[in-house]
Ligand binder design. Sequence first.
Ligand SMILES: *[C@@H]1O[C@H](CO)[C@@H](O)[C@H](O)[C@H]1NC(C)=O
Ligand SMILES: *[C@@H]1O[C@H](CO)[C@@H](O)[C@H](O)[C@H]1NC(C)=O
Ligand SMILES: *[C@@H]1O[C@H](CO)[C@@H](O)[C@H](O)[C@H]1NC(C)=O
Ligand SMILES: *[C@@H]1O[C@H](CO)[C@@H](O)[C@H](O)[C@H]1NC(C)=O
Length: 385
Amino acid sequence: MNRLFFVIVLLHLSFTTAANFTQVFEWPDGMDFEWPSEVERTQALESGASEPDKIIEPHFMAVYRTRIFVSLQKSRRIPENGDCNKIEDATGLEVDTVGRMWVLDDGSLHCNSKLWIFDLSNNDKTNLIHHFPSSYYLHDLVLDETLNGYFAYIAQWGEEDIVVFGLERNQSWTVETPGIKLFSIALSPKDEPRQLYLSNLESNELFSISVTALHNGNLTANPKLIVKWTAVPYRMLMDNHGTMYAAFWKKNYIISWNINQPYQKRRIYEVEKLNTDWPFTFALDSSGTFWMTVFNKTGKKSSYRLLKAAVGEKPYYIRDCQTTADASQGKRQTDYSALIGSLAFFLVLSCTLNIWLTLRMRKSKNSNEKCNAGAVEKPTVQNPV
Ligand SMILES: *[C@@H]1O[C@H](CO)[C@@H](O)[C@H](O)[C@H]1NC(C)=O
Ligand SMILES: *[C@@H]1O[C@H](CO)[C@@H](O)[C@H](O)[C@H]1NC(C)=O
Ligand SMILES: *[C@@H]1O[C@H](CO)[C@@H](O)[C@H](O)[C@H]1NC(C)=O
Ligand SMILES: *[C@@H]1O[C@H](CO)[C@@H](O)[C@H](O)[C@H]1NC(C)=O
């Protein structure tokens, strides 16, 4: 199984009035990690442990204030280090209403799957690490804030099980979904009764189930068939008015559909060709901006773009009337951040190299930045928009 790296992108929020996507940043020559030294990079390349052009594939994204978090899948040829105290395989990222980021960690051959909670408003302090009883094949999570505390619902890739974690109880359990091999997962807005949406890996079917059925320990659930997509979505996301965004395996478009209305999908983004299995990652921020990466493998080199569009809708976890600290902070910033000012990247961890690596944005081939070990935030190029 491929391991994931985990990257944070820092940027200034910006706001536009147009619903159109605008490009925020581009990596035309691919991404590479910034190695501690050129010697180590050369060694890694020679040993075949790293192929910068092929290893980096964005998979999940979350946004909190001025920071974008992206998990990256890397080449299977990079060996596992078997350090269970590190994030090994980030297969889901979500931010909650109080500024915590939940990271789903699939684990490895040596380590069970885990769920990490970081406090982004308090120096990214680790609040909790939940160790699941075994190594699952986890794929994306959603967070449900209830009167009985937070629940995380997690899909197991290709398995007939939802994994549920109850924060208050500090316990996890599984709920069976007989006949439905799960893939992607989404949660309806906070209005009751809340529905969990599940896609089936082996068909184009979309199901839903009431979340109250998931709260009480080990059970069997019988999700209800909602609709048949035309493809299999690997990522679904809902806003706080019931619009579902979905991206599909090998498909070069993203659709949206208001789930409260008859099934009618709208392609909100479409390009001719990308040649990638997993072309997009996306997330909504609390000020109504839809952020997205586009991964393009049609040329000789992989290229990546970061785009945004003002859709005016907030993520599913924000109540309509709710004014979060986050949203008000966003408003305050509107005046002075009409444009993306600067970007900074740092790789939070590298499971294999056991050091912190900075992600290098290769704007030009002959960039000769000094490499740094350690947690480095690197202000970089001017806004290319
Ligand atoms: C997007 O931009 C194009 C060209 O600038 C414009 O014609 C179109 O109306 C815009 N669409 C929206 C939804 O704003
Ligand atoms: C949560 O449970 C785990 C065992 O599953 C334990 O190690 C950990 O200390 C608990 N955390 C809290 C905050 O209770
Ligand atoms: C669910 O089942 C597992 C295995 O049988 C058990 O260890 C766990 O305690 C159960 N969880 C709950 C919440 O009942
Ligand atoms: C993908 O990359 C190719 C080759 O560089 C380029 O011609 C094409 O315009 C790109 N497509 C998108 C949607 O960016």
